[in-house]
Design a protein around this ligand. Structure first.
Ligand SMILES: NC(=O)c1ccc[n+]([C@@H]2O[C@H](COP(=O)([O-])OP(=O)(O)OC[C@H]3O[C@@H](n4cnc5c(N)ncnc54)[C@H](OP(=O)(O)O)[C@@H]3O)[C@@H](O)[C@H]2O)c1
Length: 234
């Protein structure tokens, strides 16, 4: 395993894939800013902080709140950040009965705010930190459900919010040619969102994701990858 001293900022880091990434990057020797809505009750993160006191900072960040971004950006002003992982996400629908009549406007807005706008605000607030890194990367945690080419008549909020996240990825990669910005599918992972029938354990998905991130090149910016770095259709 390559050892690096990268500083990695992860949103939604208290459970699921986010928590797995915190653990994976700490094992690799990186420093991690693990952000979550409720640090006081983030028991798993606290245990990791006990194990890695010098490498892990736990920070409060609700990705729907611009004031949280402002406070965090102030705290890390001028500090180079190497990797931003926009991982926080919600899946508002139940898996069954999620056609157009079930598409609830409030859920739609909540999904858009968390899954798309949250990532946009993260980029806005930490772009300067990323530009101070010699190898800056932004990973937008997307999904096959955000692929127009894989559209189905269900789960409108989730699908539409991830399409917006994908568009953010493309737009920002066009605007900023120094930061490698990609959309990434983690696979179907056993988490609260993925459910128990999912195929991959968190640790397996995280290993694959970290390998993709480690091997990113500037030409990859603006692309949509799966967890084996195969190109995905938008
Ligand atoms: N699991 C899969 O199979 C799968 C497949 C494709 C894509 N993904 C994507 O991978 C990412 C992680 O998913 P997961 O499976 O790990 O889901 P998860 O277990 O449900 O975890 C979601 C994480 O997002 C956080 N979050 C939700 N709203 C937030 C907000 N407003 N501010 C900050 N954090 C917030 C949650 O924090 P709280 O504990 O505070 O709610 C939690 O830490 C998501 O973007 C998801 O769409 C997952």
């Amino acid at each position: 395993m390559n050892v690096t001293n990268d500083l990695v900022l992860i949103t939604g880091a208290n459970r699921g894939i986010g928590l797995g990434l915190v653990s994976g990057y700490l094992r690799k020797g990186c420093r991690v800013i693990a952000s979550c809505r409720h640090p006081e009750s983030a028991q798993n993160l606290k245990e990791l902080a006990y194990q890695y006191p010098a490498a892990l900072n736990i920070e409060q960040l609700d990705v729907k709140k611009i004031t949280d971004f402002q406070s965090l950006a102030r705290k890390y002003h001028q500090i180079p950040i190497d990797i931003l992982i926009n991982n926080a996400g919600i899946f508002p629908e139940n898996h069954a009965g999620t056609g157009i009549t079930a598409a609830d406007p409030q859920q739609m807005l909540a999904a858009f705010e968390t899954n798309a706008l949250g990532a946009l605000m993260a980029i806005q607030h930490f772009q300067d930190n990323l530009l101070k890194s010699s190898n800056p990367r932004i990973i937008n945690m997307s999904s096959q459900m955000g692929a127009l080419s894989a559209a189905k008549g269900s789960c409108y909020s989730y699908r539409m919010s991830k399409v917006a996240l994908n568009m953010l990825t493309k737009c920002f990669a066009e605007e900023n040619k120094k930061i490698i910005t990609i959309a990434l599918r983690p696979g179907w992972v056993k988490t609260k969102m993925g459910g128990i029938n999912a195929i991959l354990n968190v640790d397996v998905s995280v290993e694959m994701i970290m390998k993709v991130i480690e091997n990113l090149k500037i030409v990859d910016s603006g692309q949509f990858f799966d967890n084996e770095k195969n190109l995905c259709n938008w």
